[in-house]
Design a binder for this molecule. Structure first.
Ligand code: CO
Length: 210
């Protein structure tokens, strides 16, 4: 029921006000998030909920399979605003195991426009994994979820927005994480970048999938 959402909202706002009377007043005048989250649209991976961050603490961009297309005006606008105006200190690209977008990219059948969106994942699978006969292997799909996060971190670091930010000494780091739907846990893929010259595409050092 949609009315349940309004009821829940009213109770939530009242609870927030009772624990912190100035909470909304403060947020209404200013947001100063330290984090930009680039994640999958999947309803099971809500940035604020799984990280325990409150309203005002994380700027969020989500799309199918958490991709960084270099001509995506939506993502680039979010990135520019987050880095240049909000001054975020950490950018987190977060993928998740069992991503339907990654799986769809590996399927033979046509899905529609989303096939164009997912093309970079197909390209990545062909160049990095070799995919013949392994399209329905869950371990291969999870590995591809991890590889894709690393590739998106690379893409992000190559944007003129981040290169310019680092060139002027802006302290902003990019991180690659992955979330397990089956256990609710985040894993660090250990592919952090803090400047343009940080190594790109170095081998996986993170834990296996869950
Ligand atoms: Co997904």
């Amino acid at each position: 029921m949609l009315s349940d959402l309004f009821d829940h909202n009213a109770r939530w706002a009242a609870a927030m006000r009772s624990s912190d009377p100035d909470f909304f007043e403060r947020l209404a005048t200013l947001q100063r998030p330290e984090y930009l989250w680039i994640g999958c649209s999947d309803s099971r991976v809500p940035a604020n909920v799984i990280t325990g961050l409150q309203p005002g603490e994380v700027f969020v961009h989500r799309n199918i399979a958490n991709l960084v297309h270099r001509s995506d005006l939506n993502l680039l606008s979010v990135l520019e605003f987050a880095v240049e105006t909000l001054g975020v200190r950490h950018i987190i690209v977060c993928g998740h195991y069992g991503c339907g977008g990654v799986r769809a990219a590996m399927e033979e059948q046509r899905h529609g426009v989303v096939d164009h969106w997912l093309q970079p994942i197909r390209d990545l699978a062909e160049t990095s994994l070799g995919t013949a006969g392994r399209r329905d292997d869950p371990d291969m799909l999870d590995r591809l979820c991890e590889l894709s996060v690393r590739a998106q971190v690379d893409n992000l670091c190559r944007t003129p927005i981040l290169r310019a930010a680092w060139a002027r000494g802006h302290d902003v780091a990019v991180h690659g994480w992955i979330y397990g739907l089956a256990d609710g846990l985040l894993r660090d893929l250990h592919c952090d970048r803090r400047q343009a010259s940080d190594s790109e595409g170095h081998p996986a050092a993170g834990p296996g999938h869950g």
